[in-house]
Design a protein around this ligand. Structure first.
Ligand code: EPU
Length: 421
């Protein structure tokens, strides 16, 4: 028993959408509000369950929030001595992004106790890069069975060299460094647009950050920051979900609220698959024929094709004319959705971190389970190209990051509904 998506075959998609703000930016921006006492205003905030969990976490440590508009959030942050460094264990375990509370809590309260973070389950997700960066800035870590205790009476700027351009470790290091004494340099920093968004919001609060969006970020610590008034960047992974859905069944789609340039390499791949995408002011327009073409794709850190796009790309390619090879280079365990796509008739052979996708003319509807957010999105894409009806369970994973997915697809002409079973 529970809520399900019921999805019918779509012969084409047609219409326009305004894209939501990015999950992987807003959660960090919400954590960043802790860096300044006062009332923060965030616009273009997606109505997703991860945002609700982060609101609960912030409220529990002393920073309540309220919706001042459909997509506008006001967060009231008290003085540092009224903030608790103990975010509730059960909530922290629900979202992986809660790890980014560490940097701001260290910066303003000087300590944090965090449950080992949860979120999507796709293999080992270590935090050694976070730990190494924050330790160099002056923090000490103690690990217990289910949680860790971090302390930093003072943060001092430092030269950091990341072993890998980890996205959330870059966020964490920036948020600690903006209030550290002196200069911090992050080499091999993540270059994701959501890191750029965080740096822009922090700069508007008075932080001094240079180089966000490149692999060398330089931060001059400041004593005081003031509240932000910031609009969240568009969600490129959600944009990719609609674009792959279009590639799956064909049609025409206009997306507002996304910058073409932050998706350029994915768009090149989509073009190779027969999905034409061009920029228009404030967004993009895409068109596709009834069946995609095969292409080889590998995931890489930004600006490469993001690992988050991959499940939806595999779903789309499962209907392609020809054979594709898709390689995962970031998360060893991000392959669980393959069995579910196979249930819909996809012809997939996995070997190590590669998947060979032999396109079939149409998938066939069935009952499938979403195990994580993008796996769930991939099943929606797959279901749109499947004859008969598909039932998707585990949709709470999808709702962690997608605002109005069903309504939006219905507006584009798809037959999809949410039902209680
Ligand atoms: N890594 C380490 N040590 C660390 C941190 C990361 O070895 O301390 C490794 C990871 O195991 C992985 C690679 O570095 O192999 C990349 O991990 P990264 O730290 O960049 O990922 P993340 O910051 O934990 C964010 C997004 C993910 C997205 C990845 C990659 C958030 C909240 N999450 O995770 O988003 O897949 O970057 O771009 O920003 C999603 O939205 O579906 C999602 C999972």
């Amino acid at each position: 028993m529970g809520r399900i998506y019921r999805v019918g075959y779509a012969s084409a998609l047609d219409g326009s959408l305004k894209l939501q703000g990015a999950k992987n930016s807003v959660l960090k921006l919400m954590a960043a509000t802790l860096l300044a006492a006062g009332v923060h205003r965030l616009q273009n905030v997606p109505r997703i369950s991860d945002v609700e969990v982060m609101r609960e976490i912030l409220a529990a440590i002393g920073a309540p929030s309220s919706w001042s508009g459909r997509h506008e959030l006001e967060i009231t942050v008290p003085a540092a001595d009224e903030l608790s460094p103990y975010p509730p264990v059960d909530l922290v375990k629900r979202i992986r992004a809660s790890i980014v509370l560490t940097g701001p809590l260290l910066a303003v309260v000087g300590r944090a106790r965090l449950a080992n973070p949860g979120g999507d389950d796709f293999g080992t997700r270590p935090i050694d890069i976070h730990e190494d960066a924050l330790t160099r800035l002056g923090a000490s870590f103690e690990h217990f069975n289910t949680y860790m205790e971090v302390k930093a009476p003072h943060l001092e700027g430092a030269d950091l060299v990341f072993e890998f351009p980890s996205h959330t470790a870059t966020d964490n290091a920036i948020m600690a460094a903006v209030r550290a004494r002196g200069t911090t340099v992050i080499e091999n920093a993540a270059r994701e647009p959501e890191v750029v968004d965080l740096a822009a919001a922090l700069s508007s609060m008075g932080a001094r950050i240079q180089g966000a969006g490149t692999s060398r970020i330089v931060i001059e610590g400041v004593d005081r920051l003031s509240p932000m008034n910031h609009s969240v960047v568009g969600d490129r992974v959600v944009a990719a979900t609609y674009l792959t859905a279009l590639g799956m069944v064909g049609g025409r789609l206009e997306l507002a609220g996304i910058d073409f340039s932050i998706m350029e390499i994915l768009i090149r791949k989509l073009e190779a698959c027969g999905v034409s995408v061009r920029p228009v002011p404030g967004g993009l327009v895409a068109e596709a024929g009834p069946r995609p073409l095969a292409a080889d794709i590998q995931t890489l850190p930004y600006p490469g094709v993001a690992t988050d796009y991959k499940p939806m790309l595999v779903a789309m390619l499962s209907r392609a004319q020809g054979v594709s090879v898709v390689s995962e280079n970031l998360f060893s365990g991000r392959f669980r959705y393959l069995d579910e796509l196979r249930r819909l008739g996809a012809d997939l052979i996995s070997e190590g971190h590669h998947v060979v996708v032999r396109g079939v003319p149409k998938l066939v509807g069935g009952r499938v389970q979403a195990y994580d957010i993008r796996a769930g999105a991939a099943l929606v894409v797959g279901a749109l190209g499947a004859e008969n009806e598909t039932v998707i369970t585990g949709i709470e994973h999808i709702e962690r990051g997608y605002d109005g997915l069903v309504e939006n697809l219905v507006a584009l002409g798809a037959g999809i509904s949410v039902e209680e079973e």
